[in-house]
Design a protein around this ligand. Structure first.
Ligand code: TMP
Length: 236
């Protein structure tokens, strides 16, 4: 059985990842109508959607960890605890969702992965990259995405969008996930710089999409990168 294909999305809060993930998943579902695929290079049969998941969250245990890590009342979490929670969530997601799907040859799309820990805890909380990469090696058996789409619109615009979304969520269902959004702007600049550092180091894996493109423009960039890696040729 061929290994599936593992795609991750990364970016600042409010960078539009969720919208792009929905669009990409829908694109995959319709792919067989619209494309000739190099059969050996991707494995989803017609009409089957990719496996879509997110971190933190995506499993029952992960959802509990997410609530603990993102609730803005939980301000006393020490940076090391926060990082450990992110890896606990990830180890569970790999065991329960990601690795089994890849072993079945599925396409997996994950909203955030270890680059987020390197950017937020390594960069934002200033724990450094080394400890994050070491924990990834030990706890995640160094599982690497085949392709990472990194969305980096301007910091101020992303944050304003994320804050509006969180206010809506608090008003609608009382769920407050704003702990990171409430960090000062310097925190988010450190996150952004670390993301840029990762993109420069991981040139083969990471495709960087910068600037304030429209949803459609970003989607086109995402699809172009995915199609190129999977050897998918659009029908004329
Ligand atoms: P989301 O709203 O895009 O799902 O992101 C959840 C928040 O958790 C976001 O502010 C980034 C943060 N986060 C970390 O700090 N470290 C991590 O390893 C992950 C996966 C997320």
């Amino acid at each position: 059985m061929p290994r599936g294909f593992f795609i991750t999305f990364e970016g600042l809060d409010g960078s539009g990842k969720s919208t792009q993930i929905k669009r990409l998943a829908a694109w995959f579902e319709k792919l067989h109508e619209a494309a000739n695929t190099a059969a050996e290079s991707w494995a989803e049969p017609p009409g089957r959607a990719p496996v879509v998941t997110r971190q933190p969250g995506g499993t029952e245990i992960g959802d509990r960890i997410r609530a603990l890590a993102l609730d803005s009342r939980g301000t006393r979490l020490a940076p090391m605890t926060e990082m450990a929670l992110m890896f606990a969530d990830r180890a569970q997601a790999i065991a329960e969702v990601i690795q089994p799907a890849l072993d079945q040859g599925r396409i997996v799309i994950c909203d955030r992965f270890t680059d987020s820990t390197e950017a937020y805890q390594g960069g934002g909380r200033e724990l450094g990259s080394e400890i994050v990469l070491e924990l990834h090696r030990l706890l995640c058996r160094d599982l690497q995405p085949d392709l990472t789409l990194m969305l980096l619109p301007p910091v101020e615009a992303s944050l304003a969008r994320a804050q509006r979304r969180n206010e809506r969520s608090v008003a609608q269902n009382g769920r407050d996930e704003g702990r990171f959004e409430r960090e000062e702007i310097e925190f988010h600049r450190r996150v952004l710089n670390k993301y840029r550092e990762i993109a420069a180091r991981e040139r083969r894996r990471v495709v960087l999409i910068e600037g304030d493109g429209s949803i459609e423009e970003v989607h086109e960039g995402v699809v172009a990168a995915v199609a190129e890696r999977l050897g998918i040729v659009a029908k004329k």
